[in-house]
Design a protein around this ligand. Structure first.
Ligand SMILES: Cc1cc2nc3c(=O)[nH]c(=O)nc-3n(C[C@H](O)[C@H](O)[C@H](O)COP(=O)(O)OP(=O)(O)OC[C@H]3O[C@@H](n4cnc5c(N)ncnc54)[C@H](O)[C@@H]3O)c2cc1C
Length: 318
C-alpha cells in the first residue's frame, strides 16, 4: 500500500479551505492545501461585509490566510487536483503537474462558479458594476440607478431587495417576461420600473457601467446591474468519489451533514461547493467547523490504531 503523507488534504484554498487548514495546523495535523488560485470573488476589487476586513481586496485576505496556515506548518501547493480516488485506507489526489498527494482524509472546498446570462458586455463588467449580492455590493451603489437583469423567479425578489438600497430600480424583464398580478402591483407600489423589451447589450463608459441598450435602440442609463447567475459547484473531486447529492431549487449540490461530512467516509466539504448561500464569512465559519469535525474523526481513528497496536496478538499454537 502507498505511504500516506498527510492527515488532511484540502482541495481548494479559498476562505473555507484556508480557514480549515488554519484550525487543522493549530491542531498539529499534517495538512496540505491544493489550490488553483481562482476564488469566486477574484473579479471584485474589494470585498464587503467581512468583519475586520470590510473593503479589503479579496486576494489580500487569502494572502494573509496562506501565511497564517504556513506559520503552523501547513503546506500550500499551487496546483489543480485533477483526479481524486480512494487509496488503501485513505485517498490519493492526482494534480495537474503530475504529483500524487496521499492523505488519511479529504476536505473539498473548491467553491463554485457563476454562469452569467448571455448578454454582450456583461461578463466584462462582472464584479465591476455587475453583481449578484446586494449585501456585498449594494451599499456602494446606494441611491444610484440600479438595473435588475432578470434570469428567473428569484429576480423578482432581487428587485425588491435592491429597493432597500435605492429608490431607482429598473427591472429588465427580457429573459423572463413581464411580471403581472401581485408582483406587478408590488413593483408599482415601491416605484420599481419595468422594461419589457429585449436587451441588446451592456454599455460601459470610462470603465463603468453606463446602462443597457435595448433592441429598439434606447439607452436605459444605469450605474449598476444586479443579476442572479446560475451557480455551478466546482465539485469534480466529490463527483469522482461518488458523493451523494441533493437537488435544490437553486441547483444540485453534494449532500453534507451539519458538520460538513459527505456520504463518503473520510470526506468532508465546506463553503460554496456545498452551500450556494455561503459568502466569505460563512465560508470561513464553515471551514472552522469542519476542521473540528475532521480532527475529531482523526482522533477516534488514532485511538483505534493505538489500541490495536497495544493489544497483543493471540498466541499461536502449532
Ligand atoms: C463578483 C463577486 C463578488 C463577491 N463579493 C463578496 C463580498 O464582497 N463579500 C462576501 O462575503 N462574499 C462575496 N462574494 C462571494 C464569495 O466570493 C464566495 O462566497 C467565497 O469566495 C466562497 O469561498 P470558498 O472558499 O467556498 O470558495 P472560493 O473562494 O471560490 O475558493 C475555492 C478555491 O478552490 C480552488 N479550486 C477549485 N477547484 C480546484 C481543484 N480541482 N484543485 C485545486 N483547487 C481548486 C479555486 O481555485 C479557489 O481558489 C462575491 C462573489 C462574487 C462572484
Amino acid at each position: 500500500m502507498n505511504e500516506i503523507s498527510w492527515d488532511v488534504a484540502v482541495i481548494g484554498g479559498g476562505s473555507a479551505g484556508l480557514s480549515a487548514a488554519l484550525m487543522l495546523g493549530r491542531a498539529r495535523r499534517r495538512v496540505v492545501v491544493l489550490d488553483a488560485g481562482t476564488p469566486r470573488n477574484r473579479f471584485a476589487a474589494h470585498m464587503h461585509g467581512v468583519l475586520g476586513h470590510d473593503g479589503r481586496p479579496p486576494a489580500d485576505l487569502l494572502s494573509i490566510g496562506r501565511r497564517e496556515v504556513e506559520s503552523y506548518g501547513g503546506t500550500i501547493l499551487t496546483t489543480t487536483a485533477t483526479l481524486t480516488r480512494r487509496d488503501g485506507d485513505g485517498f490519493a489526489v492526482e494534480t495537474a503537474d503530475g504529483a500524487i498527494v496521499r492523505a488519511r482524509t479529504l476536505l473539498v472546498t473548491t467553491g463554485a462558479r457563476d454562469e452569467l446570462p448571455e448578454l454582450d458586455g456583461l461578463a466584462e463588467r462582472w464584479g465591476r458594476g455587475v453583481a449578484v449580492c446586494p449585501y456585498c455590493d449594494g451599499y456602494e451603489v446606494r441611491d444610484r440607478r440600479i438595473g435588475i437583469l432578470a434570469t428567473g423567479p428569484a429576480s423578482e425578489f432581487q428587485a425588491q431587495l435592491l429597493r432597500q438600497w435605492s429608490p431607482s430600480i429598473t427591472y429588465l424583464a427580457d429573459a423572463v417576461g413581464a411580471p403581472g398580478g401581485e408582483t406587478r402591483s408590488a413593483f408599482d407600489a415601491r416605484g420599481i420600473r419595468v422594461e419589457e423589451g429585449p436587451v441588446r447589450r451592456v454599455v460601459s463608459r470610462d470603465d463603468r457601467v453606463a446602462g443597457v441598450e435595448m433592441a429598439d435602440g434606447r439607452l436605459i442609463e444605469l450605474d449598476a446591474i444586479f443579476t442572479i447567475p446560475r451557480l455551478v459547484p466546482r465539485d469534480e473531486p466529490l463527483r469522482q468519489l461518488g458523493a451523494e447529492r441533493t437537488e435544490h431549487p437553486w441547483g444540485s449540490f453534494v449532500t453534507v451533514d451539519e458538520n460538513g461530512r459527505t456520504s463518503i467516509d473520510g470526506v468532508w466539504a465546506a463553503g460554496n461547493v456545498v452551500n450556494a448561500m455561503a459568502n466569505v464569512s460563512i465560508s470561513i465559519g464553515a471551514g472552522a467547523l469542519v476542521a473540528g469535525a475532521i480532527n475529531h474523526a482523526l482522533i477516534l481513528d488514532d485511538v483505534r490504531l493505538a489500541v490495536s497496536a497495544a493489544t497483543p496478538a493471540p498466541a499461536r499454537h502449532e
